[in-house]
Design a protein around this ligand. Structure first.
Ligand code: SF4
Ligand code: SF4
Length: 219
């Protein structure tokens, strides 16, 4: 949902799982809303030092379905917003980063000082990181009542369970924030908010992202 997990989003792990799932559901598909929530949490907990361990990164899809990659990057700052902002800018994804957008628009003073006085980000090969394949930028269609549901149902990528890999452990059913996965492991796509928590949590890599049949041309 946030495209990258760096210092600010990492603080989301401080919330117990049931509440985390609830907040995900509250944010629905609204990425900037979720980004603001993460920033509020960051300021509530306010770490003294942020250490970004990018020695081996994870690119592509969520924690259980992507690929590890040696990057050799270690960065630290007292200012987690600036650290995330600059790293996200260096990634050169084909999408704008929702967290960076909110930081730039609503917390610009956090970006005024150079948080990398000793090394330039251009020294690191950040521009080839592979984005998650199900990522979609937030558009107005994400926000407007019934139109949003139609758009979500007919045009947005959706999680799909591959039965041949599924061990029926039930993790996805128990942790789906929208309660969208039925006991028979079919997904109610009207309820699903496309958070991909199920894909992240599936220990068997049995959940993939699929485009629906009636996708917009060029998407
Ligand atoms: S988490 Fe994965 S393996 Fe477990 S029930 Fe869901 S799809 Fe199947
Ligand atoms: S089915 Fe998966 S993507 Fe959809 S709401 Fe549940 S956890 Fe999120």
């Amino acid at each position: 949902m946030m495209l990258t997990t760096l210092c600010v989003k990492n603080m989301y792990g401080c919330i117990p799982t049931p509440q985390r799932v609830h907040f995900h559901f509250q944010a629905d598909t609204q990425k900037e809303f979720f980004a603001r929530m993460l920033l509020e949490l960051y300021f509530l907990l306010l770490p003294s030092l942020n250490i970004l361990d990018g020695i081996t990164i994870h690119e592509g899809n969520g924690p259980s379905s992507g690929k590890p990659r040696d990057m050799g990057l270690l960065a630290m700052s007292e200012n987690g917003l600036a650290l995330d902002y600059h790293i996200n800018n260096g990634c050169a994804f084909p999408y704008s980063n929702p967290l960076s957008k909110v930081i730039k628009n609503e917390y610009p003073h956090y970006l005024e000082n150079n948080c990398f006085p000793w090394k330039q980000l251009t020294d690191f090969p950040l521009d080839t990181i592979e984005p998650p394949d199900q990522y979609e930028e937030e558009t107005l269609a994400f926000r407007r009542g019934f139109i949003k549901y139609l758009y979500q149902y007919f045009f947005m990528s959706r999680p799909r369970i591959n039965r041949s890999h599924c061990t029926q452990c039930g993790h996805c059913i128990n942790h789906c924030p929208a309660d969208a996965i039925r006991k028979n492991l079919t997904i109610n796509y009207w309820r699903c908010i496309r958070c991909y928590c199920c894909q992240e949590l599936c220990p068997s890599k049995a959940i993939q992202s699929r485009k629906p049949l009636c996708n917009l041309p060029g998407r």
